[in-house]
Design a protein around this ligand. Structure first.
Ligand SMILES: *[C@@H]1O[C@H](CO)[C@@H](O)[C@H](O)[C@H]1NC(C)=O
Ligand SMILES: *[C@@H]1O[C@H](CO)[C@@H](O)[C@H](O)[C@H]1NC(C)=O
Length: 201
């Protein structure tokens, strides 16, 4: 780290410590990378999902769009981002051609970064990027997806039935974590799913 950055980092740490007590929740320590990722995936309610576009004039180019998701009802984190989708939707049409996608979520969506004074692009405003693909879920997994989504996005219950909504999950192949200085860190799906979603006291 450069000598220039060190005092800035110290200041940020001091600010973080002094305001930690007013924060609604405590994120896991930044070196518990898998745990941080699970924490973010449970506390965010929406994500930006990039697909490879099939629509003119941007065929073949990345296309990022907002989706509501849930990894479980509050306090019941599965780590799996579930979504409620319709084939009428532009990005879902991309997924029908190529189900590979990237899902990005950030604590900037919560009060945390604002309260701590962290800019959304700062790694201290912890955010993750999931690589993988989107697949439809059925049976008992769809039952869980419904509970996970409808408890946190109650408006979904009234979305128009003629849109043929279905439940899907983001099948994670790689987790990328930005929660501190020093560059991005990666977590395997195995480590991600084994990590507890909350800070241990
Ligand atoms: C769920 O059902 C759909 C439609 O029948 C099917 O295309 C899909 O492969 C199934 N998904 C899984 C994970 O079994
Ligand atoms: C889901 O992800 C796993 C890796 O976590 C991968 O081995 C598997 O092929 C993926 N399944 C689908 C249907 O993409």
């Amino acid at each position: 780290m450069s000598a220039l950055l060190r005092p800035v980092l110290l200041l940020l740490l001091l600010l973080g410590l002094s305001s930690a007590s007013v924060c609604r929740f405590q994120i896991p320590p930044h070196d518990q990378v898998a745990q941080v990722a699970r924490f973010i995936a449970h506390h965010c309610n929406w994500a930006s999902m990039a697909t490879i576009s099939t629509h003119k004039p941007v065929v073949g180019q990345p296309f990022s769009n907002v989706f509501s998701f849930s990894d479980g009802p509050p306090g019941t984190s599965s780590g799996v981002p579930y979504m409620y989708l319709t084939r009428m939707e532009i990005s879902v049409q991309d997924l029908e051609v190529n189900p590979e996608a990237s899902l990005s979520m950030s604590l900037a969506q919560t009060d945390y970064c604002r309260q701590q004074g962290f800019d959304p692009q700062s790694p201290l405003c912890a955010h993750i990027i999931l690589s993988g693909s989107v697949i439809q879920v059925n049976g008992t997994e769809a039952d869980f997806a419904k509970k996970a989504l409808f408890s946190r996005h109650p408006e979904m219950i009234d979305w128009p039935t003629d849109h043929d909504w279905f439940f899907a999950k983001f099948n994670i192949t790689q987790v990328w974590v930005l929660d501190y200085f020093g560059g991005i860190k990666t977590v395997t799906p195995e480590d991600y799913f084994q990590a507890p979603p909350h800070r241990k006291y």
